[in-house]
Design a binder for this molecule. Structure first.
Ligand code: HEM
Ligand code: SF4
Ligand code: SF4
Length: 457
């Protein structure tokens, strides 16, 4: 359906800068698929035996197999950087507690799986860097002292490395990324409409950058793995292999303490930094028809349908009010003195919204502004702040226009800044008529950045 909005003419500089950060998780998925595609090709060309592995990688022609090999490695580095930025962004934004606990805690094992996949990948090259990494990993495992001894002895030159052990590495380099993919799927299960597909420009831009890097700085193997040698002077991949120099600068036990402690701290953070939660949305059986719009719009999968009634999982609820904005019973045109919606926030009801709007309209202002509470507020404006712009049922716009406001505006937060993930998207779809509940055709909407201006036709 064609959009009725005027083209976007203005986006602030800060919003432009922050927008790509919103896509870090999706970019992580894009990088995973790049790794999978280049990895499948490399696997086809790879000889999975100790005698042949090193040469089969060296024989890749520079202009195709070599480029894909370099792409595979650079994509792995970019994956680490993007996931680290994603983690830091969510941390700095305080998005790790309450209803986000599941997303946060399910992200933590992904870091381990990501590193394990990358490190084992290095071993397959069977050069002295692989030797260094495998031996350092073996020493680290030995320090833990559980179950790793036979493998560690092999690496440390105390036993024969067999083709079977090498096959185990290959198996791990396929199995660990598959476990990572399963973990990524679990990670987004508590999010409505999770953004797992990066915007095209961003994904192609990233692929182009990595390909350019692969052409300009092709990666190379070190000398062949030699059990008689102690590898020295290696080029370390600081994104993936930094833990080995870190272990030699400290000790295996200290590295366990550091990594184990950091993992425990990340897992404990949502519990340690707990805050009192706002009251969860409540369903009113008498006003719920079971239409499912609240289920479709909830950004945190906190509502489900039980029979033909909505049901809220209170511990998952963000108290954003988006469900109330979606419910067909949330219309101010209803004549009941007490406006009860099918689903509503106990501390900020649709009835309160109608009462506040009526109070504003009683002052006969030239225009009314509905504003997300995170959006900037112009002094002297007759405005109503909402927890999220998508908590505004569109029928309130027509109500304000019919009850005397000459113009109505709705102002959302900055692009990429929606505290409830989907507020801007859902508002845009509702106001453009692509999604229920939408504006009636007699209301004209013009979009300008994250603002909407409405008038009666
Ligand atoms: C392989 C690594 C990872 C991938 C591919 C990934 C991907 C994603 C994606 C696609 C989303 C949904 C974004 C949206 O639709 O709003 C998301 C959300 C989230 N991720 Fe990750 N993630 C990864 C690792 C992590 C890690 C390590 C953490 C932190 C420990 C983390 C914490 C979160 C949180 C808290 C959210 C929810 C944000 C919100 O509620 O607004 N993620 N992730
Ligand atoms: S307030 Fe409604 S839309 Fe928001 S998280 Fe809770 S149930 Fe979902
Ligand atoms: S949107 Fe309203 S009527 Fe529809 S299922 Fe949800 S609470 Fe019930």
């Amino acid at each position: 359906m064609a959009s009725i909005f005027a083209p976007e003419t203005h986006i602030g500089l800060g919003a432009r800068f922050l927008a790509p950060l919103r896509h870090l998780g999706a970019l992580g998925f894009a990088l995973f698929w790049m790794l999978a595609a280049s990895g499948i090709y490399l696997y086809i060309r790879f000889d999975t035996s100790i005698a042949g592995a090193y040469d089969s990688i060296g024989e890749l022609e520079w202009w195709f197999g070599g480029v894909l090999r370099s792409l595979h490695r650079y994509a792995a580095d970019a994956f680490v950087a993007v996931v680290a930025l994603h983690l830091v962004r969510e941390l700095l934004a305080g998005r790790f507690r309450g209803f986000r606990t599941f997303s946060w805690i399910s992200g933590v094992p992904l870091v381990w799986l990501m590193y394990a996949s990358g490190i084992v990948g290095y071993w397959l090259v069977w050069d002295t860097r692989a030797q260094f990494s495998a031996q350092a990993s073996a020493e680290w495992m030995l320090a833990l002292g559980i179950g790793a001894e036979p493998m560690a002895r092999n690496f440390l030159g105390l036993g024969q490395i067999s083709d079977r052990l090498f096959s185990l590495f290959v198996f791990l380099h396929i199995g660990l990324p598959l476990a990572l993919l399963a973990g990524m799927w679990v990670h987004v299960q508590r999010l409505g409409r999770p953004a797992t597909v990066a915007p095209r420009a961003l994904a192609w831009g990233m692929l182009g950058m990595l390909l350019a890097l692969a052409f300009l700085r092709p990666v190379a193997s070190e000398a062949r793995w030699d059990p008689a040698l102690l590898p020295q002077m290696l080029q370390i991949d600081w994104f993936l292999l930094f833990i080995h120099p870190l272990m030699y600068a400290t000790s295996a036990a200290q590295l366990w303490l550091l990594t184990g402690g950091a993992t425990a701290a990340l897992v404990a953070l949502p519990l340690l930094a707990r805050r009192p939660a706002a009251p969860a949305a409540r369903v009113d059986a008498g006003n719920c028809s079971g239409c499912g719009r609240c289920v479709a719009d909830c950004p945190y999968e906190a509502v489900t349908l039980a029979g033909n009634q909505a049901l809220v999982y209170a511990d998952r609820c963000a108290s954003c009010g988006i469900c109330a904005g979606a419910c067909p019973s949330s219309t101010p045109f209803r004549s009941t003195p007490e406006l009860v919606s099918g689903i509503d926030l106990p501390d900020s009801t649709v009835h309160d919204l109608r009462r506040d709007l009526q109070a504003v309209l009683a002052g006969r202002p030239p225009g009314v502004v509905f504003r997300c509470e995170h959006a900037p507020h112009a002094a002297g404006e007759a405005g109503i702040a909402l927890r999220c712009l998508a908590a505004l049922p569109p029928s309130f716009v027509e109500y304000a226009l019919r009850k005397g406001a000459r113009s109505v505006r709705a102002v959302g937060c900055a692009e990429g800044g929606c505290a409830w993930r989907l507020g801007l998207e859902l508002s845009a779809e509702r106001f453009s008529g692509e999604r229920e509940p939408h504006l009636r055709p007699n209301v004209r909407a013009v979009k300008h950045a994250n603002e909407y201006a409405f008038t009666l036709r």
